[in-house]
Design a protein around this ligand. Structure first.
Ligand code: FES
Length: 230
């Protein structure tokens, strides 16, 4: 009497015979080589088609995108307490916060922030740098974590109340404006908005046109010497 064959998974077959996945799949399903090839081609075509349809939908309806590259809903505003720049502290959650999913630092500047400009000049610059004024007089920004020099992820250093890139030392103020180093401009920022009292960062909309500030185009003071980064 013929011995009944025990069905094996492709992985088991591979271990027992030292064969490849293709042979294992043939063995498990009793397929001819041609049948197997047809199935592989059909599955591959299906995957490529699904990817193309998905890509087209995202282009037509960008709002469908979620995750990095689309709109990301973060926490409620109350999870991000505001602070003046000299009191920013990422470890204790004051003024600056890291959001992994949005690859961003959320900056929340207190209403008492001492700006260098005032009136229309201040509001124009705030608009052009994509800071968002809230109804309580505080200001928000979503600073992209990618250094505009060569793309390293920079950090917020509470010891020097500023952003510093570990690769070549580019240094940025609390609002992402350039301070020193080889970076060609200030940091890039994403579009930030509110949905009720919840933060939304649109990682598909990036402002990469904030230039090096000058004395007349700087929002915040350069850092006092006690905050010099080592
Ligand atoms: S990549 Fe940041 S300073 Fe060079």
């Amino acid at each position: 009497m013929a011995k009944e064959q025990t069905p094996r998974t492709p992985q088991e077959y591979e271990m027992l015979t030292g064969g490849g996945a293709e042979a294992a799949e043939q063995s498990r399903q009793g397929l001819s080589r041609r049948q197997l090839l047809r199935r592989v081609v059909a599955v591959t075509a299906g995957l490529v088609g699904a990817e193309a349809v998905g890509g087209a939908l995202v282009m037509i309806y960008p709002g469908l995108t979620s995750g990095f590259g689309g709109k990301i809903t973060l926490k409620k505003k109350s999870a991000y307490p505001a602070a003046i720049p000299a009191e920013f502290d990422i470890e204790n959650g004051k003024g600056v916060f890291y959001e992994f999913e949005a690859k961003s630092y959320i900056v929340h500047l207190a209403a008492e922030t001492p700006w260098l400009l005032s009136g229309g000049a201040l509001s124009d610059l705030i608009d052009s740098e994509w800071l968002v004024k809230d109804s309580d007089g505080t200001y928000w920004a979503a600073i992209y974590q990618r250094c505009v020099h060569l793309g390293c992820k920079f950090n917020f250093l509470t010891s020097c109340r500023s952003f510093k890139c570990p690769c070549h030392g580019s240094h940025y103020n609390d609002d992402g404006e350039y301070l020193s180093g080889p970076a060609p401009r200030s940091n890039d920022r994403f579009l930030l908005s509110f949905s009720g009292d919840t933060l939304v960062v649109d990682t598909g909309k990036l402002n990469s046109s904030v230039q090096h500030p000058s004395a007349t185009t700087r929002l915040l003071q350069e850092l006092p010497v006690q905050f010099a980064c080592q």
